[in-house]
Design a protein around this ligand. Structure first.
Ligand code: PEP
Ligand code: MG
Length: 326
């Protein structure tokens, strides 16, 4: 599949029965946004905003942040851009925000949690996104990383609403958020599953350790069960089909590496995910594989993968049902 140069024409991944799945790009700034647009991505499913903050001793000003968002949004006029608020800590330490002496940084005061003590870094960032939204034609969907409790979701959504930022959502990266997704999605507008961290926290395996790569595999049936729990939670929470032009459920996307794996993309769609965000070069292969199945077939393959004994069994079962993967 990879050997044939394919292109993605945009307009969503279309299954054999006409079901559409938004195919979005992961970006880190304006240059990536340009590449995402050139690759016909339907929008951006993960804008990692850390790039503005990394290697800085001090927080960038609101004006500087606003200018960076305006520049990025300019490439994405008319498109949805899911902007993730600052995800510092663990693999992305920041001198003015995170504590370098924590014994377990991946389990420490990172991401959204940094706003408990240093609230203004988050509120300044939201001010900058709101200011950029006013002068741009892209539609920012704002979300917070590393959410665990519903109280955190409610707090984040309130901060967004105060600034007119809507929709407001969360990343599902902790098993806690996946298991209680119905309540999180009642409190917010959408969720995006970060399978990189969700896998790390489900398997209790540091994602930076090569020796644990066999555990850090999103095909692990336990991880897929948590993706299913999140999608089931979205069904319980319901939603307004008119509100954001998506489905009758609150939108659930995936923006971890798993979304760019063609076989896994079919499983994720079968579980109920309605957008997949990936590096732009993965878009054509994912669109191609999706076009070979109906939603019902994707659901059957997803059920087999979740019920598999091991990650390897899940992969074999899905490959057997997707002849295009060879
Ligand atoms: C994830 O955890 O899956 C994710 C998309 O976020 P990051 O890789 O930036 O932690
Ligand atoms: Mg993450």
């Amino acid at each position: 599949l990879q050997r044939n140069p394919l292109t993605y024409e945009g307009g969503g991944g279309v299954l054999q029965d006409g079901t559409r799945v938004q195919l979005l790009a992961n970006i880190g700034g304006a240059q990536d946004a340009e590449k995402a647009a050139a690759a016909n991505a339907d929008g951006v499913g993960l804008f990692r905003t850390e790039f503005l903050f990394l290697d800085r001793e001090d927080e960038p000003s609101v004006e500087e942040q606003t200018a960076a968002y305006v520049e990025t949004f300019a490439h994405l006029a008319g498109k949805k851009v899911v902007v993730r608020t600052i995800d510092a800590g663990a693999d992305k330490p920041l001198p003015f925000l995170t504590d370098a002496d924590e014994p377990n940084p991946a389990l420490g005061v990172r991401a959204y949690r940094t706003s408990w003590e240093k609230r203004s870094v988050l509120t300044n960032q939201l001010d900058a996104i709101a200011a950029a939204a006013k002068t741009s034609e892209a539609t920012p969907w704002v979300m917070a990383p590393m959410i665990a409790t519903v109280t955190e979701t409610e707090d984040f959504v309130a901060l967004c609403r105060e600034r007119g930022l809507e929709p407001a959502g969360i990343m599902v990266e902790t098993p806690a958020a996946a298991i209680t997704a119905d309540r999180h999605l009642t409190a917010c507008d959408f969720a995006s599953i970060g399978t990189n961290d969700l896998t790390q926290y489900t398997m209790a395996a540091d994602r930076q350790l090569g020796s644990l790569a066999h555990l850090n595999n999103p095909w692990q049936p336990s991880v897929l069960a948590l993706v299913k729990a999140t999608c089931d939670g979205a069904r319980v929470a319901g939603g307004d089909p008119e509100a954001f032009g998506e489905s009758a459920n609150k939108p659930v996307g995936v923006c971890g590496e798993a979304a760019g794996d063609p076989g896994l993309a079919v499983v994720l769609v079968g579980l109920g995910v309605n957008s997949l965000s990936m590096t732009p070069r993965s878009l054509p292969a994912v669109a191609k594989v999706l076009s070979t199945v109906t939603l019902e077939q994707a659901q059957e393959l997803a059920a087999k993968a979740v019920a598999a004994r091991t990650a390897e069994d899940a992969i074999s079962a899905v490959r057997a049902g997707l002849p295009i993967l060879g």
